[in-house]
Ligand binder design. Structure first.
Ligand SMILES: [Fe+2]
Length: 136
């Protein structure tokens, strides 16, 4: 088991769980690649994949919220927007500085903590609401 493995709850919507596990696996892979001293050219495609996965996943969650009339959509959407802005800024900074240590610390701590907290709060509530609506 990877030392970077995260523990987070399953939510009531399958595609969300699948995406969360894919994201966690990508994060683990990135951390392993950085720890192995891989060159920037080996990190770049994984970071780009993490970013595009997140963009697509957030859009899918936002569509689910809109389709089911989730009442606090703006709050959940707002957190997605700030996370994406931070991710884009961190990636841009890494491309500019080549500071693998800063990238590693951000992925290990900020991204890991955010993922677990977000799934346990907003995603859990959103999925429960959506599953209730769709199961009616
Ligand atoms: Fe979310």
């Amino acid at each position: 088991m990877s030392q970077y493995r995260l523990a987070f709850p399953e939510v009531a919507v399958d595609f969300m769980n699948q995406d969360h596990h894919e994201f966690a696996a990508l994060r683990e892979k990135l951390l392993a690649v950085i720890a192995a001293g891989t060159a920037a050219s080996g990190i770049e495609p994984l970071l780009a994949e993490l970013h595009s996965h997140t963009v697509r996943h957030f859009a899918d969650e936002e569509k689910l919220m809109q389709d089911t009339g989730f009442p606090v959509y703006p709050v959940h959407k707002g957190e997605h927007d700030s996370v994406l802005a931070d991710m884009a800024a961190r990636i841009a900074e890494w491309r500019q500085t080549g500071d693998h240590g800063a990238l590693q610390v951000w992925l290990e701590h900020a991204v890991g903590d955010w993922l677990v907290a977000h799934i346990a709060s907003m995603d859990t509530v959103t999925a429960r609401f959506a599953a209730g609506k769709q199961g009616r």
